[in-house]
Design a protein around this ligand. Structure first.
Ligand code: GLP
Length: 261
């Protein structure tokens, strides 16, 4: 695992954008898994500032709420349309999102999983982390063998996400989420976190026991995972980040970029 620590959330976005850019430059039709939530927003903003041709990438959502109206401002379909499709100038057809209003959400989940498989798998999966250790909407505990399926949101997740909805009552109880096994099959993972509210979850995910009781710890099992953190999000990890003379790839951003492996 490669851990990059930077100073600010904007730096997190810029360092992460270099990872995304290198995947797309190597493979212009890469399949990219897009996360929502606040953590990846600086990445999408930084990517929009780059001169990167994304016309051929194929996008896949990480998760989607069940039961929101299609046009609901906080459906991940709308968030991805706003923050990724519009911001990065993609065609809407480049983004695949499970339909949270489908009459049979289990079937919808299976079809989405099959769609990922049919495309040859995800090349880069962008991830955030929940304060309770969830990955996508895989709440503790979640099987490491899980696939895209219907999941129930933890009360703490509904509380965390109430800020997007105005009240906890308005946050859906269920979602369609890529499973932990689905995520682990991506060729490369890129996890981002910023702020002290994520510090404990980050430390447990990166340095704690690998356990289904803390789904984000599954990232330790992946052979090619990059984690980009600001110092606040890194602050509960043991040991100072080791400066390794910043790899060439990361020299183009203003932050005091440091890497540990
Ligand atoms: C959300 C999403 C996750 C996201 C996480 C953290 O509910 N389903 O994909 O990574 O929780 O969210 P945030 O980045 O807003 O803290």
């Amino acid at each position: 695992m490669k851990i990059i620590t930077v100073n600010t959330s904007q730096d997190v976005g810029e360092a992460a954008a270099l990872v995304l850019a290198s995947v797309v430059r190597d493979n212009p039709s890469a399949a990219i898994g897009f996360a929502t939530g606040s953590s990846p927003m600086p990445l999408y903003e930084a990517t929009a500032r780059m001169d990167l041709n994304l016309n051929r990438i194929r996008g896949f959502a990480l998760d989607e709420y069940i039961g929101l109206d299609a046009g609901h401002d906080q459906s991940y379909a709308r968030v991805l349309q706003r923050e990724v499709v519009n911001r990065l100038g993609l065609a809407p057809s480049q983004m695949n999102i499970p339909n949270g209003s489908a009459s049979d959400p289990e079937q919808e989940s299976e079809d989405f999983e099959n769609g990922i498989r049919a495309t040859g798998g995800i090349d880069l999966q962008i991830l955030g982390i929940g304060s309770n250790g969830h990955l996508a909407f895989n709440e503790p505990p979640s099987s490491f063998a899980s696939r895209t399926r219907v999941v129930e949101l933890a009360q703490s997740t509904r509380r965390d996400n109430a800020r997007f909805f105005g009240s906890i009552e308005a946050v859906p109880h269920f979602a369609i989420s890529q499973g932990v096994a689905t995520i682990l099959e991506a060729k490369k993972l890129l996890l981002m976190a910023h702020g002290t509210s994520k510090a404990d979850a980050v430390a447990r995910a990166l340095q704690g026991p690998v356990t289904e009781d803390f789904p984000a710890s599954a990232i330790q099992l992946h052979p090619d995972a990059t984690v980009v953190l600001d110092m606040a999000a890194y602050s509960a990890c043991k040991g100072a980040p080791i400066a390794s003379g910043a790899a060439t790839n990361y020299q183009n951003f203003s932050a005091a970029g440091k890497e540990t492996t």
